[in-house]
Design a protein around this ligand. Structure first.
Ligand SMILES: Nc1ncnc2c1ncn2[C@@H]1O[C@H](COP(=O)(O)OP(=O)(O)OP(=O)(O)O)[C@@H](O)[C@H]1O
Length: 622
């Protein structure tokens, strides 16, 4: 293992001294696709996006899918990666065998157009976490470090290893995205517009990198917009689409001859890539004016016919098949073999560490929230000072319970609405590229989030509880905190559901409006007996109703003695039983309330998981 990992992982694999039986020899993979059609819904009809395209993307070649905007480039990439399957017909084969999507996804990666990175992590941390998730315990700590260093060196990211992803330049972010997927050395890489948003020198270095990766035997396919002439020549193979059909496939250098053969001459010193786009766009001039639409269609038709031959394809890239990868196992096979050993349990513990770091680094969501909880606890505690012991202020004390619940519900729910949306695309990419399953991701989130909620909740409750002179009997303190915690977890989960089902804007509105209704139904502002008979079921769907009842019982139930009335001899609510009866609170209901809130929590967590899954799947259909 050791000598192997000292190699550059991106270099051609070296021969081993002898065969290793446990290692699978990784073969270069050619992709060929035939008669691919892809339609999308358009009102009650469907709209064809890809109209029977065929072609071959070979291992060892860097292929560019080009074409005018809306030609179907991203759609073709989505279909070939398996990112989209609904509405697609046709055949995709790998080395001549019909593609099995789940195996194919393990051998390929898809780097989306916008770089999906965690902003709070440095380059090194991001790479380390990806290495842990992808390579697993089979590759030791030291070996993983060498692996990460190798990739960082190779991508020129060593100098910014300690820079956070949010502070990287566009080109560095792109290289980091590529580096993350390179860690487990996929033989097939798809990239959607890897050069978009980069300056010309970053574009060149990005394409050079892709080309060198391809020359080592990988199949690399990317979509690209208007490359410069020098960039165009760096592609081994270009696949040009226009109006959902293939109009050229072959060597980039041969494109001019191809057009020449059809009587379309590229002017001297004109960028062939620009010219190809002008031709496919219909921006050709004839006698000083644009060619007509019918002539344009004729040109596309002629190009489509002429592109069916493989005459335009260079034939020099296959030598590595015979010379290297097929015969000699190398780092490709070692890393992939070990990657398969990563258990969901290991992934869970890695994701738990990642969530913990993420929370600890998020100043507003963690530290500011903690400070505010303590400050608000002090202010509310002072406002309700003494109300927990004063029989004359028992009603005000009930107000304190409701305010506590509403405060905790809002401050848990609103951040939760915004919790998943910004991360959705990162999770979508990582999940698609087989880093982990959604189940593992969600379980790790829950395990890290719950104690954090307890911390937030306790920081507010304990301060306000003591300042407002609530009962100091330990069991009442614990029961009070428990109800507050479970209510805030329920509210947070409502937020997660809304965040997954709606846009953040709609989610925050829906959260605020529904909470206002739950407050009215809590049992304090509107007594149950005063609700019209037909609507008396409504409080039972309000989690604040159970929370409020639970808090009231913790302080005035469990045999609490008569309260003092320091300012007066008689005050009606100094008798806890009378107070609870007045509010229609059954003093025996504490555990029932707690149980119902727990039920709410479990059901809502399941719904939020389902909603998240649905959302991620629906993103894949767009
Ligand atoms: N889910 C969808 N619903 C409706 N129309 C879609 C959908 N997906 C793609 N299209 C349409 O299909 C056509 C091709 O889209 P695609 O994104 O593949 O083009 P493209 O060549 O990548 O364009 P660009 O270069 O502008 O990104 C466009 O007209 C687009 O509007």
């Amino acid at each position: 293992m050791e000598p192997l990992l000292k190699m550059d992982p991106l270099a051609m694999p070296s021969p081993f001294d002898g065969p290793r039986p446990t290692q699978r020899v990784l073969r270069p993979l050619d992709i060929d696709f035939t008669d691919i059609t892809y339609t999308v819904p358009a009102g009650i009809e469907t709209k064809p996006v890809l109209k029977g395209v065929s072609g071959t993307f070979k291992a060892g070649e860097l292929t560019a899918i080009m074409g005018p905007s809306g030609a179907g480039k991203t759609s073709l990439l989505n279909v070939l990666t398996g990112f989209l399957s609904e509405g697609m017909k046709g055949s995709v084969r790998v080395n001549g065998v019909e593609r099995n999507l789940s195996t194919f996804r393990k051998s390929s990666c898809y780097i989306l157009q916008s770089d999906q990175l965690h902003p709070h992590f440095t380059v090194l941390e991001t790479m380390d976490m990806a290495a842990n998730l992808k390579l697993g315990p089979g590759v030791g700590k030291k070996a993983r470090k060498i692996e990460v260093d190798n990739v960082l060196d190779r991508l020129g990211l060593q100098a910014c290893a300690n820079t956070r992803a949010s502070e990287l330049s566009g080109g560095q972010q792109k290289r980091l995205s590529i580096g993350l997927e390179l860690l487990d050395n996929p033989p097939i890489m798809f990239l959607d517009e890897p050069t978009t948003g980069l300056d010309s020198s970053s574009c060149t270095s990005c394409v050079k990198l892709l080309r060198s990766l391809a020359s080592q035997g990988r199949t690399i396919v990317c979509t690209i917009h208007q490359p410069s002439a020098s960039l165009w020549e760096m592609f081994d193979h270009v696949y040009v689409l226009a109006e959902g059909k293939c109009v050229y496939q072959g060597d980039s250098i041969q494109a001019v001859s191809f057009l020449d053969g059809l009587g379309i001459s590229c002017p001297l010193y004109h960028n062939p890539a620009d010219f190809m786009l002008e031709v496919t766009n219909g921006d050709l001039f004839s006698n000083g004016s644009l060619i007509s639409k019918s002539d344009h269609q004729l040109v596309l038709q002629k190009m489509g016919e002429a592109s069916k031959t493989d005459k335009w394809r260079r034939k020099t890239f296959r030598h590595f098949h015979q010379n290297t990868l097929l015969e000699k196992p190398g780092i490709f096979s070692v890393l992939r073999a070990q990657k398969q050993g990563v258990s969901e349990w290991s992934k869970f513990s890695i994701l738990t560490g990642r969530f913990t770091k993420q929370f600890l680094r998020d100043w507003t969501m963690t530290y500011l929230k903690l400070i505010f909880h303590v400050l608000v606890g002090i202010v509310l505690g002072l406002l309700y000072q003494g109300s927990g012991q004063d029989g004359a202020r028992s009603i005000a004390n009930m107000g304190f319970f409701l305010v506590t619940l509403v405060y905790l519900a809002y401050t848990s729910m609103m951040p939760a609405v915004l919790r998943f949306p910004p991360e959705m695309n990162v999770v979508r990419k990582e999940r698609f590229n087989n880093w982990y399953s959604l189940r593992t991701y969600y379980a790790a989130f829950t395990v890290v989030d719950t104690p954090l909620q307890l911390l937030f909740c306790s920081s507010y409750v304990l301060v306000s509880y003591f300042l407002s002179s609530q009962s100091l009997e330990p069991f009442r303190v614990v029961m009070f905190v428990s109800i507050c915690l479970i209510t805030s977890l329920v509210a947070e989960t409502v937020g997660l559901v809304l965040g997954a089902l709606c846009s953040p804007k709609v989610g925050t509105f829906a959260g605020a409006y529904s909470t206002a209704l739950w407050i009215v139904l809590s049992g304090f502002l509107l007594l149950h007996d005063h609700i019209p008979y037909v609507l008396r079921w409504m409080p039972f769907i309000s989690y604040l109703h159970y929370g409020f009842e639970g808090l009231a019982i913790t302080q005035y139930g469990f045999g609490r003695g008569t309260l003092e009335c320091p300012m007066d001899d008689y005050c009606h609510y100094k008798y806890p039983k009378a107070l609870l009866a007045e509010l229609s609170v059954n003093p025996d209901n504490y555990w029932l309330d707690f149980g119902i809130l727990s039920g709410f929590l479990v059901v809502l967590r399941i719904i939020s998981y389902w909603a998240l899954k649905k959302k991620l799947n629906s993103l894949n259909c767009k």
